[in-house]
Each structure stands twice: as structure tokens, then as C-alpha cells.
Design a protein around this ligand. Structure first.
Ligand code: MEV
Length: 451
């Protein structure tokens, strides 16, 4: 086995050479190469497409593409594509979807769709003068991006506003050009960043050539020009509601009233306690990320923006809220989701295209609604389990297959395990003991007590 050391020019190697080089760090290099090659797409054209999404690729990494069916969203039925590796997520979403489909379904509202980008710059000049000249500068900035914005404007979007922000109280000589954009159906990162880089060039030129500035005011340091993944003005609301008494059918241990109040308490805890809030919100992103991945959206951007939004009051909190009034239960998710259904991977990845087709080729706003609903349904399912039977029962049932696969169980062993564990507690120890018993007779006791 090779010792790891710094390698120069890795990116210049062919894909095969990269794979061979990395194989050298494994005990079984030939097996490693074979294994990774077994995940190459047999169609060279398709494989090339995947290779070109990213850099230094040596294989493909498969993640399940599942369906969470039966969502009623604003009166329409959807079967949602979920790309996720975690067991129970699709099952939890599907169960919630089914439950709420019988109670009017999910409701949504787009609150706003504005996105922000900033040019951060350092300038040692008379700020009053710059603020006075801002209308002129703004006109020039907008003119400078005409080539970039023409298409977006045709689609109803473009630059909404540009303001100069004085940040000198935070850092000496620090200012921002803070621009607001509507990117319609696209996530818009490329569009926004291209506009911002043009703004930076124009700002430099404006300061250098305008007759109103002294010699020492002509210099500016552009620190960076980049969109912000914090999108508090690109927000969607999704909610479900029903009579409190209808919640009594969820779990036999709690009547509707008890369920609603225990549920409310669980959400309240996620509003008070940061540790709980983080896990609570993680459960929301289980659904959102799965839809984001399925539709070729950038789930890291959505997570970053969502978590920042959760801390917008200075304390990190739950992204959901409960209202119980006049015998009605209402559960609401409010979240920024800057998603797109055109451009980038949404158009390039064949399965992202198919996911969007399954969703009826939604526009950006409709995709925001759908993803928010996926998040709310997963979170509702998680809280429901947590306040009743706990999550491990359902989770371990789904996890049974992971354990069986780790043990390389054959189809007969899997079948027998499913029957055996239908009413028993699943644990790694219990499953190994059961499989060993199947394989070698009763060498070991089976520790799988009835639940
Ligand atoms: C697991 O992926 C997600 C949960 O932990 C979310 C939650 O606790 O609310 C079940």
C-alpha cells in the first residue's frame, strides 16, 4: 500500500490514471478499481455528462431516488421525488402526506422572491459625496449589465434595486453595493454573480473618472462580489390544519386534545432550546434536501439560508410554529428557499429533468411550495413519532435492510428476517444473532425480546 503524500498535477491525469493512483492507497487495488468501475455508466455519453458536472471524478456515487406519493398541495395531487440515503425519510413523508391528504392537504403561500448580492469594497473617501452621487452611479451600474439582464427581463425578472450601504461603523472604510434581484424560475446564482462582477468594474471606473472626486478618492479596493445565500426575502409558507379531535386517530395512546398539546409542547421546546431546534430543523431539511437533490437544486445553499433565517432574531429557533385555536390545529413552516427549475443542473441532470417533469414542470415559485411541503411533512412525521412511540421503532425497521446488507444476507435470509423482526426489536446484535443462527444453527442465543 502506498504512503499518502502531496501530489502535483492530479487534475491533469486521465480518469483511469486518477483511479489507479487512488487505488494504490487500498489493500486491494485491483478490487477497488473493479468496484469503482462497476459504478460507471455503461453509456459513455451519459458517463461523460456526469464526469463534466464536477472535477477529478473517478466513479459515480449512487444514492436512492425514491417517491413520496399522495401529497395534496393547494388542491393538486403530487408524487414527490426524493433523493436521499437515510432510511425512514421517504416513509415518514409519505405517511404524513397520506394523513393530511384526507384533511384538505397542504396549503402554501409565497411571501416574497427577492434575492440579494453584494459588492464589498474599501474606500477612503467622502461618503456624503458618494451617497449624493448614488443615483448617477446606480444608473451606470444598471446600464453596465444590460447584456446580462436583457434575457432575465424578458422573463419578468432582473435587478430590482441597488443601494449603497455604509458599513464603516463595523470596519474602517467598508461599504457595500447591496443589490436585490428577481431571478424568476432560476436559482440565479450565475446571473447575480455576473451582474455583481460587472458592478464592481463599473464602480471602479466611476470613482476613477468622475470629476467630483479628489485624487485620493479615486482608489477603491473591491474585496469581493458575491450573492448572499441568506434570502430572508425569498420566503415560502406551508401549513396544514384540521380539527383537534381529528388528531386523535393518529396514535391510540393520545386523544386529539392530548396529541395537539404534546405536539405544541415539542415545537415550543424547539423554539426555546437550541440543541433541540437544530435537530428539529434538520428533520425539516430531510424533506427539503431530498427534493432539492432530486430536482438538481443546491441543497447547501438552502441549508445555509434556512439555518441563518432560524437565527434571525439573534437566537437559533424552530422554523415551524403551531397554533391551536377554537378547536383547530394549525402547523406552519416559514422558510426561505431560493430554488430554481431552469438552468444549472436542473436542465443538465437527466433525472433532475425527470423529477421536474413528474412535478408538472413547476416554475421556481411552485418548486419552493413543493419543497417547503416536503420539509413540513417530514417534520410533522418526526414530531408525531417522537411524542408517541419514539423514532427508533420505525427507523430500525427500515434500518433492518442496512444491517442485513452489511451482513451480505441473501434473499431468503432477508425474507426470514423481515418475518422474524415484524414484532421484535431490531438491533445490530439481534439481527447478527438471527442471521448467524440461520447460517450456522443455534450457536448463539437470539436476544430479540418481544416489544
Ligand atoms: C432524523 O433524521 C430527523 C429527526 O431527528 C428530526 C427530529 O428529531 O425532529 C427525527
Amino acid at each position: 500500500m502506498k504512503q499518502k503524500e502531496i501530489i502535483c498535477g492530479f487534475s491533469k491525469l486521465t480518469k483511469g490514471q486518477k483511479l489507479d493512483y487512488i487505488a494504490g492507497f487500498f489493500e486491494d487495488p485491483d478490487e477497488f478499481v473493479k468496484e469503482l468501475e462497476s459504478y460507471h455508466h455503461p453509456d459513455e455519453k451519459k458517463q461523460k455528462l456526469f464526469d463534466e458536472f464536477s472535477e477529478n471524478t473517478i466513479s459515480n456515487y449512487l444514492i436512492p431516488f425514491g417517491i413520496a406519493p399522495n401529497f395534496v398541495i393547494d388542491g393538486e395531487v403530487y408524487h414527490l421525488p426524493f433523493v436521499i440515503e437515510e432510511s425512514s425519510v421517504v416513509a415518514a413523508a409519505s405517511k404524513s402526506a397520506k394523513f393530511w391528504s384526507e384533511k384538505g392537504g397542504f396549503h402554501t403561500e409565497i411571501v416574497s422572491v427577492k434575492k440579494i448580492g453584494q459588492v464589498h469594497f474599501i474606500w477612503k473617501g467622502n461618503k456624503k459625496k458618494l451617497f449624493t452621487l448614488m443615483p448617477d452611479l446606480k444608473e451606470r451600474l444598471i446600464d453596465s449589465t444590460r447584456d446580462i439582464t436583457a434575457n432575465m427581463e424578458k422573463r419578468g425578472g432582473g435587478i430590482i434595486g441597488i443601494e449603497l450601504v455604509d458599513m464603516t461603523a463595523e470596519m474602517d472604510d467598508y461599504f457595500q453595493l447591496k443589490a436585490t434581484f428577481n431571478t424568476v424560475d432560476s436559482m440565479g446564482a450565475n446571473f447575480i454573480n455576473s451582474c455583481l462582477e460587472e458592478f464592481a468594474i463599473e464602480l471602479k471606473d466611476f470613482l476613477r473618472t468622475s470629476p467630483y472626486f479628489e485624487e485620493q478618492e479615486r482608489e477603491v479596493e473591491i474585496v469581493m462580489s458575491i450573492l448572499s445565500n441568506y434570502t430572508p426575502d425569498c420566503v415560502v409558507k406551508a401549513w396544514v390544519e384540521c380539527d383537534v379531535k381529528d388528531l386523535g386517530k393518529i396514535d391510540e395512546s393520545l386523544n386529539g386534545e392530548q396529541f395537539a398539546h404534546k405536539f405544541e409542547r415539542a415545537v415550543r421546546i424547539a423554539q426555546i432550546d437550541t440543541h433541540r431546534a437544530t435537530t428539529h430543523n434538520k428533520g425539516i431539511f430531510n424533506g427539503i434536501d431530498a427534493v432539492a437533490l432530486a430536482t438538481g437544486n443546491d441543497f447547501r445553499a438552502l441549508e445555509a439560508g434556512g439555518h441563518t433565517y432560524a437565527a434571525r432574531d439573534g437566537k437559533y429557533k424552530s422554523l415551524t410554529d403551531v397554533e391551536i385555536r377554537n378547536g383547530r390545529f394549525k402547523y406552519i413552516l416559514t422558510i426561505p428557499l431560493a430554488m430554481g427549475s431552469v438552468g444549472g443542473l436542473t436542465t443538465l441532470h437527466p433525472l433532475a429533468k425527470r423529477s421536474l417533469e413528474l412535478l408538472g414542470n413547476p416554475g421556481g415559485k411552485d418548486l419552493m411550495r413543493i419543497a417547503a411541503v416536503a420539509g413540513l411533512s417530514n417534520n410533522f412525521g418526526a414530531i408525531k413519532s417522537l411524542i408517541t412511540q419514539g423514532i427508533q421503532k420505525g427507523h430500525m425497521k427500515m434500518h433492518l435492510f442496512n444491517i442485513l446488507n452489511t451482513m451480505e444476507a441473501n434473499p431468503q435470509e432477508k425474507e426470514k428476517s423481515v418475518v422474524h423482526f415484524a414484532e421484535r426489536k431490531v438491533s445490530h446484535k439481534a439481527v447478527s444473532a438471527f442471521i448467524e443462527k440461520l447460517r450456522y444453527g443455534s450457536l448463539k442465543e437470539i436476544h430479540s425480546p418481544k416489544q
